[in-house]
Design a protein around this ligand. Sequence first.
Ligand code: DX5
Ligand code: ZN
Length: 219
Amino acid sequence: MKHLVAPSVLSADFGNLQRDVEMINASAADWFHVDVMDGVFVPNISFGFPVMEALKKHATKPLDVHLMIVNPDQFISRFAEAGAYSITVHYEACTHLHRTIQAIHNSGCKASVALNPHTPVDLLQDIIGDLDMVLIMSVNPGFGGQQFIPNTLNKVMQLRNMANRHNPELIIEVDGGVGESNIATLIETGANAFVAGNAIFAAPSPSDMIAALKSVPNG
Ligand code: DX5
Ligand code: ZN
């Protein structure tokens, strides 16, 4: 499958949100990446339902919702109603992960689990068959514009090996510090969806950067 590019709305200009949404609509991007932070699971607060509803009103591409919140279960149906295409919950925030994944599927969304940089991919062995996607955090979650953690490459490789055995269709998304300098290597190691915030929005032309990330060859 051709890799997917998901610009992170966290790095957009919230004073000109509609403009940035329209830029993404018209670009080569595949998804909108929507980072929801609660100030408890991560040391930052981003935005919630009102902003997500505004996004949904203007976005013509799927919303890839990344929940960096504790107890995500209580909000899954609301994120689905607000227009999520996929919902990612953190492994570290879910005591009953299997139940949470079922709830995401029952809400009509694709189900995904995120792993923090310190969380081993092995822990997904008994759930990987139920997932549509795994999000590998390549920075500590909470902020855009951080530096890529190199051990991510080992994790992507291990996860792709596990997926080949248990769930060959699994999408592996990498989130944090992704840009032109590392996307080709990440594709080679088996990732096929990429979040990019700073790399896109700090570029002289964000839509040209999206096109550049999208046009990196696969294998
Ligand atoms: C970090 C968020 C990311 C972030 C990525 O906690 O999950 O999605 O916006 O931003 P960059 O690409 O700037 O690292
Ligand atoms: Zn994210």
